[in-house]
Design a protein around this ligand. Structure first.
Ligand SMILES: Cc1ncc(COP(=O)(O)O)c(C=O)c1O
Length: 434
């Protein structure tokens, strides 16, 4: 095997660190192998770095690139519509077309607002829920990631499962310094997938709770599917107590199905957030919801704003992405290839005598080294051997297969069966070396 070299990236990182704090523009980008890497182009399933290394890409830039890198339809739409202008601080026709398209595709999308990213769209949904109910808190779940802003930067880091205290009254830890203490009072947190516990806590505290927010699949931690009846149960609880059910579909949106996880599981939330795959890497997200809830934005009682929202390039990118997805309907293939890759990884591990757990629906899935047969919530995930995963990811990277460091894989609509098998072959080699 010819070893990949990263000398140009290392030199650029040293230069970057003198101007960019930490050398990067998002914290997660630091954690690459062997350090932050500088890329110069991407096409289809592949991305290329400044050292001339080529990678078969399963990170899809943390999810957005559902059509792979540089999809020609997306680039064409962006170039054409950008020629007419970039941002009008006013309305344009394609914004309506995109909103109408989302109405058509997503069951709960009766009214829509566009934002730039998942983090701000989450906050918009929470504000709508608080305004409608007159209640202050939201209920959320351990290990679910809802962006990097103050009130959701808790419950996603802990030193151990024991440190998290009892399941009924979990302890939470700040993810970062600089959080205001009062942000801790905005939420109640519980382990995921435990409906009886949610029922009990909501029965006691429903007068405080404006919303229950959940990733419909816990993609950000071990890619855990909802337990049977869990999402349906949340729906019932929210109906019973007049609480907004919010699905954070930042990852599942346009990835589980054209109508998101809500269509896939047939559980319809009151509000939901779509982002990553919607815009093929251009900064666009959407808060969508039932009229009953979104009417407060319609009537300007809830303010949602943003100078850069719904500019020409981003709307054009989202329209092109949804139109390609609608025309090609790649979902069956993405599930199939995902399953093929998951099976391949399991077989590669078994052949090397490694205890590997691979779980998830297929279009995205997680792998980790553990003796457990199943991981059902964040607390279970402390059983993974992170050091071994680190060695595996590094070994794959050195063989030209790029996977997110925490073991999450994304399948795109342009990955081929041959590319899936290339990844399995690389995994078989790496499993023998770690
Ligand atoms: C489920 C979920 N919600 C919200 C976010 C935040 O989105 P963004 O990074 O676009 O702000 C993410 C990002 O990874 C996410 O995975």
């Amino acid at each position: 095997m010819e070893k990949y070299s990263y000398t140009e990236s290392a030199a650029l990182l040293a230069r970057a660190r003198k101007a960019l704090a930490g050398g990067v523009s998002s914290e997660f980008r630091k954690y690459n192998h062997p350090h932050a890497i500088f890329y110069n182009h991407g096409e289809g399933s592949y991305i290329y770095d400044v050292d001339g290394n080529k990678y078969l890409d399963f990170t899809l830039s943390q999810g957005p690139l559902i059509l792979g890198h540089s999809h020609p339809e997306v680039l064409k739409a962006v170039a054409e519509y950008s020629r007419q202008g970039q941002l009008f601080a006013g309305q344009h026709i394609k914004e309506i077309e995109l909103a109408e398209k989302l109405q058509e595709l997503i069951s709960s999308a009766e009214l829509i607002r566009f934002c730039l990213d998942g983090s701000t769209a989450v906050q918009t949904a929470l504000r709508v829920a608080r305004a409608n109910t007159g209640r202050q808190k939201f209920l959320r779940f351990e290990g679910h990631y809802h962006g990097w802003l103050d009130n959701v930067s808790w419950g996603i880091s802990a030193s151990s499962a024991e440190a998290m205290g009892s399941r009924e009254q979990p302890k939470v830890f700040p993810w970062t310094e600089g959080l205001p203490e009062r942000a801790r009072d905005e939420f109640i947190i519980l382990p995921w997938n435990d409906l009886e516990l949610v029922k009990k806590v909501v029965a006691e505290r429903h007068k405080e709770i404006a919303a229950i927010i959940t990733e419909p699949v816990m993609c950000n931690n071990s890619c855990i599917l909802p337990a049977e009846g869990f999402l349906e149960g949340l729906r019932e609880i929210c109906d019973e107590y007049g609480i907004a059910l919010i699905f954070d579909e930042v990852i599942t949106g346009f990835r589980m199905s054209l109508g998101g996880a809500q269509q896939y599981f047939n559980v319809i939330p009151d509000l939901s957030i779509f982002a990553k795959a919607m815009g093929s890497g251009y900064p666009i997200s959407a808060v969508v919801g039932k009229r009953k809830w979104m009417n407060l934005i319609q009537d300007a009682r809830v303010i949602h704003a943003g100078t850069m929202n719904a500019g020409n390039p981003t709307v054009a990118a989202a329209l092109a992405t949804t139109s390609v997805l609608e025309a090609e309907l790649p979902y069956e293939r993405m599930f199939l290839y995902g399953q093929r890759l998951m099976d391949g990884l399991r077989q590669a591990a078994a052949a090397a005598g490694q205890k590997l757990l691979v779980q998830g629906p297929g279009p995205m899935f997680h792998m980790g080294f553990t003796h457990l047969d199943k991981v059902s919530d964040y607390r279970d995930s402390f059983n993974y051997d992170k050091a071994k995963l680190g060695k595996f990811i590094a070994g794959m990277h050195d063989r030209g297969v790029r996977v997110i460091g925490r073991g999450l894989w994304y399948i795109s609509a342009v990955h081929t069966e041959e590319e899936i098998d290339t990844a399995i072959k690389a995994a078989s080699e790496v499993m023998q070396t770690i």
